[in-house]
Design a protein around this ligand. Structure first.
Ligand code: GLC
Length: 451
């Protein structure tokens, strides 16, 4: 990656035109109080999508950014949990009103709103601060006062209910909570621990085709790019099991089908903790003592996830406490956490120069190129995504790897400029895949142009 290459890329892109096009997509997907991730495919409000969306919106309509974040907070449960999906009332899309989650089974779910019963990576504090950067001091303090209690309660919930080992590491209970649905790390875990006999029989009898018709995603996106129907069934079954336990973390954790201390989720949490502390300080609050103590543990727990044999930060199976050695882009996210030292950050950055691993013409592939799972257009098993690129760019800049950060930025812009803001792209040739007019791709493109 030469500087010559970088400057050629920049001059080839009309940044203004690109930002305008992306803004148009956000306007198109705006439904009055939030931005739909993608028309038809994802009509409801998703937690981390909204956080990324507002990071884009803030550049030209900070009020809209605030509205979108406040809208996701409507879904907060009385125990502090913030669900990954808040369903839209009167959705015209049949079979997609959220009733299958039956969130009302939990006494903590909100009264007049259907939500999911699980969460997603805690990007909220980052989004709040990014909005804060666009406000003057008075307005920023007002904004922070307004949202601080919700975010504090969310972090308290994460530690109280999802840190069963009291290590400062949150356990996710469904692959969907990671945001990277069919990442190979999860697929391997669920094949080992969550495949009941009835699903095995369906697989052997090749009856999974029957379920294809029930799926929504493959009506809008090429089925070859998405999770297999067998794996979708396994995921659905984990969800049903949690529903039977009324979405109560303690009972689910007694015998979970899926329980992982995920490197990426916890890296995002570590960074969010720092933002939360800054928000509290600016408005003259102190964090609750128990939260202070947990926050301290998280940074060192992330450092301990480093495995000297694999030279990687490894997630752990939360039941067995065994490290999981399947590598994806998620394993690089301690860069974003800011919790690790420069030497380790360099070890992660080096992998982005290695063409067997994460170096490619259109970085950054969601799994290493030498992984048996790697497929250029297969959802979270190969494609480059703008949100994970954005997280890495933030992390690389934090540790001073500016040239590498700039390369990822330029190539990201190039992909979006040549095809439009698709859901994901081939890391090999930049060709687009998944849903067109995807909101977080548009929003983060705007942010990359304006940062
Ligand atoms: C898919 C993605 C998830 C995202 C959601 C809505 O499920 O894997 O990360 O939040 O779509 O865009």
């Amino acid at each position: 990656m030469s500087d010559e290459h970088n400057s050629k890329t920049t001059s080839a892109i009309d940044a203004n035109k690109l930002a305008q096009g992306c803004r148009y997509v956000l306007e198109l997907n705006w439904n009055g109080s939030y931005t739909q991730p993608a028309e038809n495919l994802y009509p409801h409000q998703w937690l981390w999508d909204s956080c990324f969306n507002v990071i884009g919106w803030r550049h030209f309509d900070v009020e809209r950014a605030k509205t979108e974040l406040k809208s996701i907070l409507r879904g907060q449960w009385s125990n502090g949990m913030i669900p990954n999906i808040v369903f839209t009332e009167n959705s015209s899309i049949i079979g997609s009103d959220g009733s299958h989650w039956d969130s009302k089974r939990s006494p903590h779910s909100p009264e007049n709103l259907a939500t999911s019963g699980i969460t997603q990576p805690p990007m909220l504090a980052e989004a709040v601060v990014k909005i804060g950067e666009k406000l003057d001091q008075v307005a920023r303090r007002e904004w922070y006062q307004d949202v601080y209690p919700a975010i504090r309660d969310y972090h308290l919930w994460l530690y109280r209910e999802r840190d069963p080992h009291n290590q400062g590491l949150v356990t996710i209970l469904h692959p969907w909570e990671s945001g990277m649905d069919n990442s190979p790390t999860w697929i391997e875990q669920v094949h080992k621990h969550a495949k009941p006999i009835w699903i095995k029989l369906i697989e052997t009898g090749r009856l999974d085709k029957i379920f294809n018709n029930l799926r929504r995603d493959t009506k809008f996106v090429d089925p070859q790019q998405r999770i297999s129907s067998i794996d979708a069934l396994i995921y659905h079954n984990i969800m049903l099991r949690q529903k039977r336990k009324n979405w109560d973390s303690e009972s689910i954790l007694m015998r979970p089908f899926f329980a992982v201390q995920d490197v990426m989720f916890n890296s995002i949490l570590a960074r969010a903790n720092k933002h939360l502390a800054a928000i509290a300080e600016e408005i003259g609050h102190s964090l609750p003592n128990e939260l202070e103590a947990d926050i301290e543990k998280t940074d060192s727990a992330i450092r301990k996830m480093w495995d000297d044999d694999f030279k990687q930060y490894l997630s752990k199976n939360s039941n067995t406490e065994k490290p999981i050695s399947t590598i994806t882009i998620g394993n690089l996210m301690p860069l974003y956490s800011g919790s690790i030292n420069h030497k380790r950050a360099e070890a992660l950055a080096q992998q982005l120069y290695d063409s067997e691993l994460f170096a490619s013409e259109f970085p950054v592939p969601s799994v290493p190129k030498n992984s048996p799972y790697f497929e250029a257009h297969h959802y979270w098993q190969g494609p480059s995504w703008l949100n994970t690129n954005w997280l890495l760019i933030e992390g690389l800049e934090h540790y001073g790897f500016n040239k590498l950060a700039n390369h990822i930025k330029q190539q990201s812009l190039k992909m979006v400029a040549s095809s439009g803001p698709y859901e994901y792209f081939s890391p090999l040739d930049g060709s687009p895949a998944g849903a067109p007019n995807f909101s977080w791709t548009a929003a983060l493109t705007i942010d990359l142009i304006n940062r």
